[in-house]
Design a protein. Structure first.
Length: 153
């Protein structure tokens, strides 16, 4: 699967209004949490769908999140030094053959990444809204408790 794909978020308008009413700090923390947890959920699903030959491909699938940009992605991590990292025995090479086929001319052997994404993208979108909403109210409670503690001092 190459390129970017999008998903429509149901309930995003209501969530956006709630986030604006809570303030930028609370909204940022909540969106960070929702995005990170959704990426972790998808990484688990991709790992479960990966072939079980040696386990290297499964263990190479990770979720990454950048707090600076607010972007999450799921993909292959850089293989460790103990595994062969170059040539035809590398994890990225194995993934490319499974997902795209041999030399770009053959049929994919097992496009598990694309199949899993197509299966779970709507669930992930709903999950992102729910996790962000939950984190929004958790963060709001923390801020409220902090203000109560500051007033008592």
């Amino acid at each position: 699967m190459s390129g970017k794909t999008g998903v429509k978020l149901k309930g995003a308008e209501e969530l956006s209004r709630a986030m604006k009413s809570m303030g930028p700090t609370v909204a940022k923390k909540a969106s960070d949490t929702g995005t990170r947890k959704t990426a972790q959920y998808l990484a688990r699903k991709f790992r479960a769908a990966a072939p079980r030959n040696t386990g290297q491909l499964r263990s190479a699938i990770k979720a990454y999140y950048s707090r600076k940009t607010g972007v999450a992605w799921v993909g292959l991590k850089k293989p460790s030094k103990k595994y062969v990292t170059k040539g035809k025995n590398s994890v990225p090479f194995f993934y490319k053959i499974l997902e795209f086929g041999v030399g770009g001319t053959g049929k994919p052997l097992n496009p598990f990444f694309e199949k899993t994404w197509n299966r779970y993208r709507r669930i992930a979108a709903r999950r992102m809204v729910k996790e962000t909403e939950k984190a929004l109210y958790d963060e709001a409670v923390k801020v409220y408790q902090k203000t109560l503690n500051n007033r008592g001092s």
